[in-house]
Design a binder for this molecule. Structure first.
Ligand SMILES: NC(=O)c1ccc[n+]([C@@H]2O[C@H](COP(=O)([O-])OP(=O)(O)OC[C@H]3O[C@@H](n4cnc5c(N)ncnc54)[C@H](O)[C@@H]3O)[C@@H](O)[C@H]2O)c1
Length: 244
């Protein structure tokens, strides 16, 4: 590895498995000290052990707990340079079956948590030209049967652009990575999503699912100073499904 993130301190949410675990591993391999968050304490500790990082288990959809995660990172690691908002949940079901509870839960994890964390972390990120990377999704374009998820990722793309504008003056960059269909437990848990994924994969330029490591490579690059003139962008890591 090239040690693109040498000397930097990073927090990755939802890093107990899947894409988040790959991001934590990649940032550590690039030289960063990594704080590993997950709602599942055992999973957070497992990834933290693998990457030699600090486990900070908490439900980041809870405002006070999200603030507490950043408090701990500041206290135990001395600051924060890279915030990766990766924790996310899906829900598959038609419009009529989206109860208020489901809607609120998906929006809380996928959109409110990144807002709470960015708000609390902003003064720390501003100390040393820090970076935020948000995990959006091709779903922000709209996929049938997951309106809350799609809206949460569209909102997160807008949050990314708002953060880029507001924090840019303080030298902080904010970008998003939008994965396509990536082979993780999230995908495996939704049977019809696997079928939709297989259909899309057959028509996209790169005809296979992506890997968590391919997403992690894009995240670590955007978080590094190699991307120092890039902010407010959504980078699609999707085998060419979305084309500009
Ligand atoms: N897998 C895909 O195909 C795909 C595609 C596009 C976008 N994404 C996005 O990438 C991110 C990671 O996806 P994944 O496939 O690795 O998911 P995953 O379900 O495999 O892992 C998500 C992790 O987040 C944790 N988590 C959930 N709620 C949390 C909370 N409130 N606080 C802290 N941790 C919490 C879970 O415990 C889990 O370890 C998500 O934001 C997802 O929406 C995934």
């Amino acid at each position: 590895m090239s040690e693109l993130c040498k000397g930097r301190t990073a927090l990755v949410t939802g890093a107990g498995r899947g894409i988040g675990a790959a991001i934590a591993g990649r940032l550590a391999a690039e030289g960063a000290t990594v704080a590993v968050n997950d709602i599942d304490q055992e999973a957070a500790e497992r990834t933290a052990g693998e990457v030699g990082g600090l486990a900070v288990a908490a439900n980041v959809a809870d405002h006070d707990k999200a603030s507490g995660v950043v408090d701990r990172v500041e206290k135990e690691l001395g600051g924060l340079d890279i915030l990766v908002n990766n924790a996310g949940i899906g829900y598959r079901g038609p419009l009529a079956e989206h109860t208020p509870k489901i809607w609120n839960r998906v929006l809380a994890v996928n959109l409110s948590a990144p807002f709470f964390l960015a708000q609390r972390a902003a003064p720390l990120l501003a100390r040393n030209e820090g970076a935020v990377v948000n995990l959006c999704s091709v779903a922000m374009m709209g996929i049938s049967g997951q309106v809350a998820y799609d809206v949460s990722k569209g909102g997160l793309a807008t949050l990314t652009r708002s953060l880029a504008v507001e924090l840019g003056r303080a030298g902080v960059r904010a970008n998003a990575v939008c994965p396509g269909f990536i082979d993780t437990p999230m995908l495996e848990q939704a049977k019809d999503l696997v079928e939709i994924g297989a259909r899309h994969v057959r028509t996209q330029p790169i005809r296979r699912l992506g890997t968590p490591e391919e997403v992690a490579a894009a995240v670590s690059w955007l978080a590094s100073t190699e991307a120092s003139y890039i902010t407010g962008q959504c980078l699609f890591v999707d085998g060419g499904w979305v084309r500009s």
